[in-house]
Design a protein around this ligand. Structure first.
Ligand SMILES: NC(=O)c1ccc[n+]([C@@H]2O[C@H](COP(=O)([O-])OP(=O)(O)OC[C@H]3O[C@@H](n4cnc5c(N)ncnc54)[C@H](O)[C@@H]3O)[C@@H](O)[C@H]2O)c1
Length: 400
């Protein structure tokens, strides 16, 4: 991630210093950033002279003391709080009082990282998505003590790098990864209950929902072990939020060493190519997510259940002030390639329908996991039912 961020920084016009305590890693990072710029020039995305000028603005430094004149330091060291604390302690002694310290952490709390710095108010999150030079989104995360000056600098830097920047409040998974939790967890729940098989759930999400990958393919790609660790950290950080409870199925796969693509086997067997049959041609109609023909009828079909739980998570995030409705939808489409923003999608489906699905699930299971977000119920109560009523999560000029 560090080399990708350095590539973006020097490309944006900033003098950029790259540091890694391991000399080989530092050299590899420098070369990767330079290669990335050359590739952009070869593909015509950047003029050759601009790529050369960016390369000249980039330098590798072996000593952290070289960061003394920096206005912004973006840290992408391994995801361990002790390592990050140690680095922020050192940086606090080196850089000026004005310098902003940003972390690319994806799962630690920015607030917890900031505790390692002398002035926690200048610490913010700058969460890039992988691969950083390609993905269009940047999530700027406000820790409990981050000040507006630091947030504004991170925001402006992201825009200078060509990113679409969204703002998020600190918390498990920030905005994007938090709102996406039910995509995998609800799919695992459907499997656990025997409502549909892995292939059926994935195919439904691709063919009917328009997602590029189904939840199980995605979990195999990320690594089932990595996903389980993320689930555990969400559950621990929230002191046991039922919506974020890790799945026993994922734990069993990890115990069996079936981690996903990287181990050759996870929810799919990757020893054969292709690992799944091609999808039939089909026009998705995700505005009316109904029961899937291959799934056992239950409270809601596969697509409906997963999408409504994603919408519910987004509504909780909105209600808790984690991000704006627009930033939630932008984050999910640009950060995770969702076919559409979940809140705009909800407005199309009808918020009363989404609420009815969630209330149905609650009736059936009596589990806190399915309690509808107060923000969703509040909109329905206020008659804001979505596009047909002229307003839902968003306002519409005129009902169609
Ligand atoms: N990989 C992803 O998809 C991804 C996406 C978003 C955010 N992140 C976050 O980015 C950070 C780095 O992830 P990664 O996948 O690039 O890890 P990585 O292990 O590939 O790279 C980390 C680099 O940091 C170096 N390092 C170790 N200690 C250091 C120190 N004290 N100072 C400077 N460099 C040091 C290591 O030598 C290594 O080269 C983590 O916080 C991670 O959560 C990763």
């Amino acid at each position: 991630m560090g080399s990708g961020i350095a590539q973006l920084a020097c490309r944006s016009g900033a003098r950029t210093l790259l540091h890694d305590p391991i000399p080989d890693a530092l050299q590899r990072g420098l070369e990767r950033a330079r290669d990335g710029l050359q590739k952009e020039a070869a593909k015509g995305r950047l003029a050759q002279e601009e790529a050369q000028a960016a390369i000249e603005r980039l330098a590798a430094v072996e000593d952290l003391a070289a960061f003394a004149p920096c206005e912004l330091v973006i840290e992408a060291v391994p995801e361990r709080l002790d390592l990050k604390h140690d680095l922020y302690r050192q940086l606090s002694e080196i850089v000026s009082e004005e310098c902003v310290l940003a972390s690319n952490t994806s799962s630690l709390l920015v607030t917890a990282i900031a505790a390692g710095a002398k002035n926690p108010e200048r610490v913010v999150g700058m969460h890039f998505f992988n691969p950083a030079p390609i993905m269009r989104l940047l999530e700027v995360v406000a820790g409990e003590q981050s000040d507006e000056r630091a947030l504004a600098l991170a925001h402006a830097t992201g825009e200078a790098m060509g990113k679409t920047v969204i703002r998020a409040k600190d918390g498990p998974g920030f905005l994007v990864n938090r709102c996406n939790r039910p995509f995998g967890l609800e799919a695992l729940r459907l499997l656990q209950e025997g409502i549909a098989e892995i292939e059926t759930i994935d195919r439904t999400m691709r063919v009917e929902g328009g997602f590029r990958m189904g939840p199980f393919e995605l979990m195999d790609l990320v690594g089932i072990d990595t996903g389980l660790e993320i689930s555990k950290s969400f559950y621990e950080q929230s002191f046991g939020e039922p919506r974020w409870r890790p799945s026993p199925i994922a734990a069993r796969y990890v115990a069996a060493g079936r981690y996903g693509r990287k181990s050759g086997r996870g929810y799919y067997d990757y020893s054969s190519d292709p690992y799944r049959p091609p999808d039939p041609n089909h026009d998705p109609n995700p505005n009316q997510p109904g029961a899937d023909a291959e799934a056992r009828p239950a409270a809601g079909g596969v697509l409906e259940r997963i999408v409504c739980q994603v919408i519910n998570e987004c509504a909780f995030a909105l209600g808790e002030g984690v991000g704006s409705a627009q930033d939630i939808d932008t984050g999910m489409t640009l950060g995770l390639n969702y076919p559409r923003g979940p809140l705009a999608w909800a407005d199309e489906i009808g918020l009363d329908h989404v609420l009815a699905v969630l209330d149905g699930l609650w009736e059936e299971y009596r589990e806190e996991r399915y309690r509808p977000a107060p923000a969703l119920r509040g909109l329905v109560r206020a008659g804001r039912l979505g596009r047909t009523s002229g307003a839902g999560f968003f306002a519409y000029d005129a009902a169609p």
